[in-house]
Design a protein around this ligand. Sequence first.
Ligand SMILES: [Zn+2]
Length: 155
Amino acid sequence: MSQYTYHVPPGRLLWNALRLRCPYCGKGKIFAHGFTMNDHCPNCGWMFEREEGYWTGAVAVNLVVAETLAAVLPVPLATMQVSPWLVMGVALPLVIALPFVFYRHSKSFWMALDFMIHPVSSGETNSRRVPPAPVSRAPARSSAAGDAIPAPPRS
Ligand SMILES: [Zn+2]
C-alpha cells in the first residue's frame, strides 16, 4: 500500500471553516445543532478530534479572536477619556459574550489551521477508519482502489 498526503487548499479549508463544514470532505456539518458537535463527519466519517487534547488549540484561537474583538470598541472609548463606567459597560458584555459567539467557528478554524500545518496522510485515514481522500482532490494519490476501509456506521 503506497503512502500519500492529502493537502486541502487553504482557501477551501477557510471556506469550509466559515460554513462550519468538515475540513476533510467539505460537505458534512461539524455541529449537529447549537453548540452540540458531531463526533465525526456525517458525510465521510472523519473523526473531528484528531488526538487527545486537540481542542486546546481551538480554545486559544477563541481567546485571541474574542478578546481582540472585545478590545476594538472599548480601547478607543478609553482613549477619548469618556466615563470609565461607559467603557466598562461596553467592554464587560463583549468580554463575556464574544467567546460564546465565536465558539463554533473557533473549532472549525482551528481544524482548518491544523489541516494546513498537519495534512492528512494515508496512514491516518487507515488508522482512523475513514475513506481515503477524494481522488479528484488528491493529486499525489497513487494507491490501488481496493485499499479503502469503509466508513464507520452512522448512528
Ligand atoms: Zn467529512
